[in-house]
Design a binder for this molecule. Structure first.
Ligand code: AHR
Length: 309
């Protein structure tokens, strides 16, 4: 649809005629699955023809998908990037084809910010800070920590690590004793935690697990239990996402804290696209989403609220 036509239409008429390509990271976590479902539901509600592509955690699949969206002359493209680097050429292709791009969730490292309209995402560094602040308060700043990192090269892992390290760096008796990627998946979270517990002589001297997402934390607590320790007591557990499954673990006392990251990014992304195609141009380059910290103390109220919805 050309811009001249778009400007003659109102936002709702425009949405009903829109075709949007969405390149999603994959389905590595419960958070991601909820995110995908919510984008699909939102597109259906708005009458948007959504071309959904699952990249299975591979950037090359995302680049192929974006090229195919361009070839199909979609009205707009939404990208949740697997990793930060390597996006300039394909984003230039979209720009040359005059197809607007919205980045959601993880970031792209490009110097020319005209290559996308806006990015809708939380502050990953701040998520890491919030997790560390909770842990430092809970342990008086004395803690030997195991870190399970997310996908290497993803801005979610890079930012969360940076924010967490910034806070614990102020506590001389807190340190990360083991750090390894578990690729944001539950299976890897379990597997990597099992090998860390073995390497740490069973894990009795460990104070906490810091997982870059809930999914890895849920896998790791299984490994902690199988090693004969109590997650949430013998080893404190703090992570990010606040997915539904983590609430059960919080209420069972097996997880201690999770920093919320909303998976409902489709609505804001479509709002931006509709406004852009309707003629708006002044978008903030980063629309920051805030998240709460859920603990064993405040989990019940949120859990009941979610159950009721
Ligand atoms: O990029 C966001 C992260 O990716 C979420 O925290 C995680 O669950 C997902 O895999």
């Amino acid at each position: 649809m050309g811009l001249a036509l778009a400007s003659l239409l109102g936002a709702s008429q425009l949405a009903s005629a829109l075709t949007v390509g969405f390149s999603q990271v994959g389905s590595e976590s419960g958070w991601r699955t909820t995110f995908s479902e919510s984008v699909k539901a939102e597109a259906e509600k708005r009458g948007i023809d959504l071309k959904f592509s699952d990249a299975q955690q591979k950037q090359e699949n995302q680049i192929k998908a974006i090229r195919s969206f361009i070839a199909q002359s979609v009205d707009a493209i939404v990208v949740a990037p697997v990793v930060e680097t390597g996006w300039r050429p394909v984003l230039m292709e979209a720009r040359r084809a005059r197809i607007p791009v919205v980045i959601v969730d993880r970031n792209v490292a490009v110097t020319d910010d005209r290559l996308y309209i806006t990015r809708i995402a939380p502050d990953f560094v701040d998520e890491g800070r919030k997790a560390a602040q909770w842990l430092m308060e809970a342990t008086d700043g004395r803690c030997d920590i195991v870190e399970l990192q997310g996908t290497v090269g993803s801005s979610a892992a890079i930012g969360r690590m940076e924010g967490f390290n910034e806070v614990i760096g102020k506590h001389p008796e807190a340190s990360i004793v083991r750090s390894q990627t578990a690729e944001f998946t539950r299976a890897k979270g379990k597997e990597v935690m099992e090998s860390i517990l073995k390497a740490e002589g069973g894990g009795k001297a460990l104070c906490a697990l810091w997982a870059h997402n809930d999914e890895m934390a849920l896998g790791a607590i299984q490994a902690i239990k199988e090693a004969g320790l109590k997650p949430g007591e013998d080893i404190l557990v703090v992570s990010v996402d606040a997915v539904d499954d983590i609430f059960t673990a919080l209420l069972d006392g097996e997880v201690n804290a999770s920093v919320e990251m909303s998976p409902h990014l489709g609505g804001p992304a479509f709002d931006v696209i509709e406004a852009y195609l309707g003629g708006k141009r002044d978008f903030e380059k980063w629309m920051v989403m805030d998240g709460r910290v859920f603990t064993q103390e405040n989990a019940k109220a949120e859990y009941e609220k979610r159950q009721a919805n």
